[in-house]
Design a protein around this ligand. Structure first.
Ligand code: AMP
Ligand code: ZN
Length: 471
């Protein structure tokens, strides 16, 4: 890999982020200002997502919107995966559909859960990422990466598993700042006899006949959890990319192990230059989690009276999440939601925004995504806009930057053929690397409430664009 592919050759545009790699707030510079690349670990689709799971989705949606604003919407690529192979999924499939063959039962569970996830986050006004790869679509890539790791002496086979050999990587532990010998000394669990070191983790494991599996050089089996993110991020974003995000609990072991796999397989020094982690959403001081049983699903909050005896609009949930800085814990309570609702009730309906967001709101987000300060600035602006119409556009644009107060689209005048023509013209501009023209067309359509979505045609590898009318 050439240095140019991984060096931060972009300029600093005023963004600063706290980087878990260094534990410091750093000036952000992209590898390539023309294509800023973001990866966030997505849900495991065995059960409905709880409101804690919504936190990274919302936080990194704000980051995505901010990057699109700063670099231009065509110059950011966001990938967020769906984990659709996992033993929790198998267990759920067996429980819910004992009458079906396991593969069909699994497909039912993952499809239903992924569909609900999309419904949930749409209600939270979260943009679709540019890529949403599913683990089961990338098994070949995982087998290839595991083969590479074995060839390079970073993985070994033992008792029906392929394991990553943590001792083969001198700087293993760099993200979580754990030293290998500390991990060994501190390990409370007995070392599995087949592991060389207790921290060695599974890349591949054999499946019994009843378990889902894929043919591989090591027998019919299935991947461990970590390998999928190494493979899918490289597939969509390259071997080294800009920002990797997720919740705090993913730092170790998941992200540490992603780094180990990616760096050792790809011969790179890093996997991503900036690592950002959101804090926990808590209930009475405890992390909301399935295992604690202290959780509320997003669907339940939106559609039932289970929390505080009433339903909660998606916008209230979203705002409640953004009133706290992403790195701090949030205590999830009825009071918190009421506070968010009270704020929203004072904000005027937005107008079609043909303005830049306010410097205060943008400045707060630029400073380590300080959504708490941005909301304060937005609240002040909302007050001004309520009194003075001339402030409405900048207020509306500032709210939109955080995905709040979406403008209801007027669908009456949508002319499909005219939009198709514009979409085709934009594709031509992109081919000709005429970025300003492509941006102009996208913005023009956006101002009419038409949202474009680019993806790659899997057969030809060419960019294809679909469009939809924003609600
Ligand atoms: P999981 O399904 O447990 O792998 O979690 C999916 C995402 O949600 C990960 O990024 C987790 O870090 C995040 N997450 C899970 N629980 C919470 C919580 N209580 N607060 C904030 N983020 C969470
Ligand atoms: Zn991951």
């Amino acid at each position: 890999m050439s240095a140019a592919e991984t060096e931060k050759s972009g300029t600093n545009k005023g963004l600063k982020f706290t980087n878990t790699l260094t534990r410091e707030k750093e000036d952000f510079r992209a590898i390539d200002d023309q294509n800023v690349r973001l990866y966030v670990c997505g849900p495991t689709v065995y059960d409905f997502a709880h409101i804690g799971n919504a936190r990274p989705v919302i936080v990194f949606d704000v980051l995505y919107r901010l990057l699109r604003h700063v670099y231009g919407p065509d110059h950011v690529t966001y990938a967020r995966n769906i984990t659709d192979v996992d033993d929790k999924i198998n267990a759920r499939a067996l429980r819910d559909h004992p009458e079906l063959p396991l593969n069909d039962a699994i497909a039912r569970v993952t499809q239903r859960t992924a569909d609900q996830f999309h419904k949930d986050i749409e209600a939270l006004n979260v943009l679709q990422p540019d890529h949403e790869p599913r683990a089961t679509q990338h098994i070949d890539g995982m087998i290839e990466m595991i083969r590479l790791l074995i060839d390079k002496g970073h993985a070994y086979q033992a008792e029906g598993e392929v394991l990553f050999d943590t001792a083969s990587m001198p700087d293993y532990g760099g993200l979580s700042k754990r030293k290998l010998d500390e991990q060994i000394a501190g390990a409370r669990i007995a070392v599995d006899a087949h592991k060389k070191n207790p921290g060695d983790f599974v890349l591949w494991k054999l499946s019994s006949e009843e378990e889902p599996g894929w043919e591989s050089p090591w027998g019919r089996g299935r991947p461990g959890w970590h390998i999928e993110c190494s493979v899918m991020s490289a597939h969509h974003l390259g071997k080294v990319f800009d920002i990797h995000g997720g919740g705090l609990d993913l730092i170790f072991p998941h992200h540490e192990n992603e780094i180990a796999q990616s760096c050792c397989a790809n011969d790179t020094k890093t996997m991503a230059n900036y690592w950002m982690h959101n804090g926990f959403l808590q209930v009475e001081g405890k992390k909301m989690s399935k295992s604690e049983g202290n959780f509320f699903t997003i669907q339940e909050l939106l559609e039932t009276d289970n929390f505080g005896g009433r339903k909660w609009p998606g916008e209230v949930l979203r705002l409640a999440m953004l009133m706290t800085n992403y790195r701090e814990p949030i205590d999830f309570s009825v009071r918190k939601l009421e506070e968010a609702e009270n704020l929203l009730s004072k904000w005027p309906d937005p107008v079609e925004k043909d303005a830049a967001p306010s410097a205060e709101v943008l400045g707060a987000l630029n400073d380590d995504l300080n959504t708490a300060a941005a909301i304060q600035a937005l609240h002040a602006l909302a007050g001004e806009a309520a009194r003075d119409d001339s402030k409405m556009p900048v207020y509306s644009a500032s709210a939109a930057l955080m995905g709040l107060r979406p403008v209801a689209a007027d669908l009456s005048g949508v002319d499909d053929a005219a939009i198709e023509t514009e979409v085709a013209r934009r594709l031509e501009a992109l081919k000709a690397k005429n970025w300003p023209e492509a941006d102009r067309i996208r913005d023009e359509l956006a101002s009419q409430g038409i949202l474009l979505r680019d993806s790659k045609d899997s057969a030809t590898g060419e960019r294809v664009t679909s469009w939809e009318v924003k609600r």
